[in-house]
Design a protein. Structure first.
Length: 302
């Protein structure tokens, strides 16, 4: 199961009932945070989740509304007596930016490991899941992210018995390892079925529509996309500041065909995004206006 919580949905500045941009996912004991805008700590507390298990933090880019909550979060994680390393992923300049913010959080009981993105697409493997980064189009270097959980095929014990593979080696084959027993080589494909559908969440903000987003969100279980402007007269402004309108996000979803889309990263002037959702749902029906604290538990299909 992949737990997803949209912690903050605001862009530019926080509002009384809308924190700045942040998303948190949990899978198999690993907690992944994407962006850390002002209010992220409060949003995590309101959700009832914990700061201490956060072991991966991804940044789309380094505008303040996406990273201003980081120093306080690091201090809180340190005060929670975390000692395990934290991995941070982001565009070039990541280490310099984070260390500058750490002037007010200089002493931490855990190591920070930096992974700077330099290519249009990069995939980083963690234990049990992948983070796929893809470059988008903002007025600074900016990335979107997909969190993907792959799922292997079913193990067929009858095939393993037919091949006389000792039971103690079955687990290794299920993990994708090749086994050699008495000179005989056994590979996972001998006893495993076809890979089954996994889980995928794709998240992107602060960008114009680009093909990379369509490709990344293809067939996602959940696609979380910027909808900076919902009003019909904001097209020019969206192009000027390299953001997206609701309708542009809808057309991306129409092409990528995720199961569901949530909008996020609203302009402060967009107080009631629900009023403009008809411009989205007439293009892509299964779309929702994201709200702070909005959550879903994604489960594997049987």
């Amino acid at each position: 199961m992949l737990d997803v919580c949209l912690l903050g949905t605001g862009g530019m500045m926080p509002l009384p009932k809308r924190w700045l941009t942040s998303l948190m996912c949990r899978y198999n004991g690993s907690n992944i945070l994407i962006d850390c805008g002002e209010g992220t700590q409060v949003a995590i507390k309101q959700k009832g989740w914990s700061f201490k298990p956060i072991d991966v933090v991804c940044f789309t880019h380094y505008h303040a509304d996406h990273i201003s909550g980081l120093p306080g979060l690091l201090l809180t994680m340190g005060n929670a007596e975390r000692t395990e390393p934290v991995t941070m992923i982001g565009p070039k300049g990541l280490e310099k930016v984070v260390n500058s913010l750490r002037i007010i959080a200089p002493e931490l009981p855990f190591e920070i490991r930096f992974m700077e993105l330099t290519k249009p697409e990069q995939s980083i493997q963690f234990q049990g899941y992948r983070i796929n980064a893809f470059r988008v189009k903002h007025n600074v270097v900016c990335y979107g992210y997909s969190i993907a959980v792959d799922r292997s095929g079913k193990f067929h014990p009858d095939k393993a018995k037919e091949l006389n593979i000792p039971v103690q080696n079955w687990g290794r084959l299920q993990k994708g390892e090749t086994v050699v027993v008495d000179g005989n080589v056994y590979t996972p494909d001998m006893v495993m079925g076809e890979p089954r559908k996994g889980l995928k969440v794709t998240y992107t903000t602060d960008t114009r529509p680009v093909d990379a987003i369509v490709k990344a969100a293809q067939g996602a279980d959940l696609f979380i996309c910027e909808g900076m402007y919902g009003e019909p007269d904001k097209d020019k402004k969206a192009k000027e500041y390299r953001h997206m309108t609701f309708r542009e996000a809808a057309h991306i979803a129409e092409q990528a065909k995720p199961k569901e889309m949530w909008l996020t990263h609203y302009s402060p002037s967009l107080v009631r995004p629900e009023q403009y959702m008809d411009t989205v749902t007439e293009v892509f029906a299964n779309a929702k206006a994201g709200k702070d604290g909005m959550s879903v538990d994604l489960v594997f299909e049987e």
